[in-house]
Design a protein. Structure first.
Length: 377
């Protein structure tokens, strides 16, 4: 098998594992086989440089879980591991030999290096730090090479090539965790109300979307689908979105996953778009097969806005509260006028009355007030 074939197999396994945690051992085993390593461990730690909390840790050796080693390391060695603050200071994607993270004296005296790493087959391993979501750190530890020849250039090149895809794997897994969708795979994701889910065919056309995804597309506030093709509302972001989608489709050669931040025309927070390939390339005989999955993740889950609650809490009339809720949901004055059967001038008149009642002067302040009293579904 060529290096490119091995790389493609690993990417396909990683994308499967993004949606199904049970497939990570197989992906990890493929990485070990292709890189010629005895195993690897993936760790996610807290955000700031002085935050050393471990949020997640998994270790697999040739596809077999070694969580017993993880527990032993975190309990006995992590608090005294001289390597911890140094690896957290590494530049993003800097691949280093583990011995470079200890002083010459520590290589002789460190309990972590001389006891734990010997037991975990890691004294000749590789370590790398990746910038993770929300300021977190992704630490990837690769165990000793299988052969005694040490690390060769092709192996190191393969490891480096995998780094952006490993980061993307963690990004998507974290997004699914926040949305409470980790147990959902495949079409079950469509049932998740907290996550926008869109399926694309091999020609980048929308096949299906869940309720949240359809709602975001309908509002066209950040993302829309004219003629069935995804389009960024902000023109300057359209090229990046088109490139992201194109790279995830089979026509790209080796499909790859990616993410971007989409701005909105309204005052609502930006949201993150994750695009991932789905399944292996197959002969479809012209059928509209799902080729890519698009996840739309909002930084804070959009609440259900109850106009009656808003009216009672803020002292607004029913008409005023419906307009306030519409603005907080990101709708334009024109949309609110159409849906409420009013003239745009009337909507603006109500907005002035609302501002006067609440002692504010900006729409942004009104949106914050409405969202602060929202009831979440």
């Amino acid at each position: 098998m060529s290096d490119q074939d091995a790389f493609d197999r690993i990417l396909a396994a990683l994308y499967d594992a993004m949606l199904d945690d049970g497939r990570w051992p197989a992906a990890s085993a493929l990485i070990d086989e292709a890189c010629g390593a005895q195993g690897n461990a993936l760790i996610v730690s807290g955000g700031p440089k002085d935050d050393v909390r471990v949020l997640f840790a998994q270790a697999y050796y040739r596809g077999h879980s070694r969580q017993d080693w993880v527990r032993q390391y975190l309990t006995l060695y992590h608090p005294i591991d001289e390597r911890v603050p140094r690896i957290r200071q590494l530049p993003d994607r800097r691949l280093v030999h583990i011995t470079a993270l200890y002083t010459a004296q520590e290589l002789q005296t460190s309990p972590t290096y001389n006891e734990a790493m010997r037991q975990f087959n890691g004294q000749d391993g590789l370590n790398v730090r990746l910038d993770g979501p929300d300021g977190s750190n992704i630490i990837w530890a690769i165990a000793d090479p299988v052969t005694r020849d040490g690390w060769q250039s092709p192996q190191l090149a393969l490891v480096r090539g995998l780094l952006p895809h490993l980061r993307q794997f963690v990004r998507v897994r974290q997004a699914l965790a926040r949305a409470g969708a980790l147990e959902a795979a495949g079409t079950n994701l469509l049932d998740n109300p907290r996550l926008g889910v869109i399926y694309l065919d091999q020609h980048a056309r929308v096949i299906e979307a869940n309720d949240r995804g359809r709602d975001l597309l309908r509002r066209a506030d950040g993302l829309s689908d004219p003629d069935g093709l995804l389009q960024a509302t902000v023109p300057t972001e359209q090229e990046q979105l088109a490139r992201l989608v194109a790279h995830a489709l089979p026509a790209a050669g080796t499909p790859v996953s990616g993410s971007m931040l989409l701005r909105r025309a309204s005052l609502l927070p930006h949201f993150v778009v994750h695009v991932s390939p789905v399944g292996a390339l197959q002969l479809d005989f012209g059928a509209r097969r799902v080729a890519a999955l698009v996840l739309l993740v909002e930084p804070t889950y959009q609440p259900h806005l109850d106009p009656d609650l808003v009216a009672r809490t803020l002292g607004l009339t029913p008409a005023e509260s419906h307009i306030a809720v519409g603005l907080a949901e990101g709708r334009s004055v024109r949309d609110i006028a159409v849906t409420t059967g009013r003239q745009e001038g009337t909507v603006y008149w109500h907005m002035k009355r609302i501002y006067h009642k609440l002692g504010i002067s900006r729409q942004a302040d009104l949106v914050r007030l409405v969202l602060s009293v929202a009831e979440f579904r």
